[in-house]
Design a protein around this ligand. Structure first.
Ligand SMILES: O=P(O)(O)O[C@@H]1[C@@H](OP(=O)(O)O)[C@H](OP(=O)(O)O)[C@H](O)[C@H](OP(=O)(O)O)[C@H]1OP(=O)(O)O
Ligand SMILES: Nc1ncnc2c1ncn2[C@@H]1O[C@H](COP(=O)(O)OP(=O)(O)O)[C@@H](O)[C@H]1O
Length: 286
């Protein structure tokens, strides 16, 4: 089995200090290392539960990566990996964004030290003020014919207006490396709009979150993807926008209670995208 480092990972852990990072194969699978503490175990527990839970409607399953169990991976010193569907396998020039949902990323019963660490990031980013934060993104820059990914530090410093501007840039065709440039929002209707667009998908997810009490998706992200190749060929209608949920390391049982943290963040995120769709030409301040 030939495994390689994913080309378009936008957030999360990477191979560092002897610890393995995610890998992909050529059969459409994404291998995520089980994190050493209870996070890895907890994420496996979630996938095992979710994939067999008959209370999860079929139309909601499409928002989650397909789970293929766990596997010890030879190329990575035998490290145990969670084997998932590679969400980018069918995209040749994907633009990808990871948005961490909720107005808090800590969870009940976390250690005081962990809560403080999360709180610092939550108050310093748009997590508290907007109910979500952009953890990472990569866009295909049409002017430069290459991918562009901002530094993590730059994203950590975004305030609400900066997040709004970044959400416009994500669907723009003009050069992105110049953070001061005004985005043209060229692909806003083909990516965020339309009957298969991001907004429609998020609204479907929201309907489920308004009722589901099975899980609490602490510190979970929405991964947005669309294809640029089609746009390059002048076929905006084939952008194939996709919304998926990733990172279930801190999911807890819902115990019959609505996941207000995720739902609130989702509603806010929807409002941001709706505003952009309604006034795509408006210049936002960073
Ligand atoms: O270590 P950091 O500060 O990079 O934080 C990680 C987060 O990076 P961020 O700074 O929010 O972009 C990271 O966030 P992303 O996946 O990058 O959105 C995770 O939250 C990670 O925790 P876990 O793997 O979900 O348990 C976080 O790891 P822990 O701090 O929980 O170990
Ligand atoms: N199933 C997947 N297919 C493709 N890319 C993925 C998949 N899961 C995660 N990723 C990529 O890896 C990044 C980090 O994933 P995540 O599960 O949040 O890891 P961590 O627990 O290290 O934070 C995501 O932002 C995305 O770019």
């Amino acid at each position: 089995m030939q495994l390689k480092v994913p080309e378009h990972q936008v957030a999360g852990h990477i191979a560092k200090d002897g610890k393995p990072g995610p890998l992909v194969d050529d059969k459409g699978r994404f291998f995520k290392p089980l994190q050493g503490d209870s996070r890895g175990e907890n994420e496996v527990k979630f996938y095992e539960s979710f994939s067999t839970n008959t209370e999860v409607p079929d139309h909601i399953r499409r928002f989650f990566p397909v789970y293929h169990g766990t596997q010890a991976v030879e190329g990575s010193d035998g490290a145990a990996m969670i084997v998932l569907e590679n969400l980018l396998a069918d995209y040749s020039k994907p633009s990808v964004m990871d948005v961490k949902m909720g107005s808090r990323t800590w969870y009940p019963d976390a250690s005081e030290e962990y809560v403080q660490k999360c709180l610092k990031k939550d108050t310093g980013t748009t997590t508290v003020s907007a109910g979500f934060r952009i953890s990472g993104f990569e866009v295909y820059d049409h002017k430069e014919s290459s991918f562009w990914k901002p530094e993590r530090k730059l994203l950590r410093g975004l305030k609400v207006d900066g997040a709004r501007l970044t959400l416009r840039k994500f669907v723009s065709s003009n050069s992105l490396s110049d953070m001061g440039s005004k985005p043209d929002s060229a692909f806003v209707s083909s990516v965020y709009g339309g009957s298969n667009g991001v907004l429609t998908q998020l609204l479907e997810l929201k309907t489920w979150f308004e009722n589901q009490t099975l899980y609490h998706f602490n510190s979970c992200s929405i991964l947005m993807v669309y294809e640029n190749e089609s746009i390059l060929k002048g076929n905006d209608d084939d952008a194939r926008p996709q919304v998926k949920l990733v990172d279930f390391a801190h999911v807890l049982d819902g115990n019959g209670v609505i996941d207000h943290n995720f739902l609130g963040g989702l509603c806010s995120f929807i409002n941001f995208l709706r505003d952009i769709l309604q006034s795509p030409d408006e210049s936002a301040e960073s």
